[in-house]
Design a protein around this ligand. Structure first.
Ligand code: URA
Length: 186
């Protein structure tokens, strides 16, 4: 684990810990407030993110921006990262070995940000952070506290783009997050 962002960012520059490096244009490390109380963790970069080097800038990101607006949360005030930092081909889910290979970077990011709340966007984030025994349909909307951090699992925004009916629950979950922020005085 690195104690500074500079060291951590340098350590990932030429990463070849898994095969995803072969197809990447850019490493999508993470973005936002490095001291945020609220952090979002997605799955992995898509085509737009790979090109721009920033998480959630494509269609799913636009939906996230709408959610931030509705909740009056400034995107610049939160920290956003993904389970894997390089784009999986054809936007497939990251494989277990890829997620494991990349996990130290994310752990280090969480250690440096020290968020009070982490929103887990979708099944891949949920399972890789809190364990494979969880399912997103059961876990979403329920707080899980672990080592002083409050986790809120919810649907991945891309899932809402495929299935409109999930939107209501997504909004409900983010409202819970907003309430918790008030409670925690963030
Ligand atoms: N989907 C994700 O999980 N992460 C991104 O950065 C973009 C889309």
């Amino acid at each position: 684990m690195y104690d500074t962002w500079e060291e951590l960012e340098r350590s990932i520059e030429n990463c070849k810990k898994c095969k995803l490096y072969q197809g990447r244009t850019n490493i999508v490390f993470g973005t936002g407030n490095k001291n945020a109380d609220l952090m979002f963790i997605g799955e992995g970069p898509g085509a737009d993110e790979d090109i721009q080097g920033e998480p959630f800038v494509g269609k799913a990101g636009q939906l996230m921006n709408k959610a931030f607006d509705a909740l009056e949360i400034e995107r610049e005030k939160v920290y956003i990262a993904n389970i894997v930092k390089c784009r999986p081909p054809q936007n497939r889910n990251p494989e277990k070995e890829e997620a494991i290979a990349c996990m130290d970077y994310l752990r280090n990011q969480v250690m440096l940000v020290q968020p009070k709340i982490i929103v887990l966007l979708g099944s891949v984030a949920l399972k890789n952070i809190l364990g494979d025994e969880h399912s997103i349909t059961n876990a979403r909307g329920n707080w899980i506290e672990n080592k002083g951090i409050w986790y809120m699992p919810t649907f991945h925004p891309a899932a809402l783009l495929r299935d409109d009916s999930k939107k209501i629950d997504f909004w409900k979950d983010l409202k819970l997050v907003k309430e918790k922020m008030t409670l925690l005085g963030t």
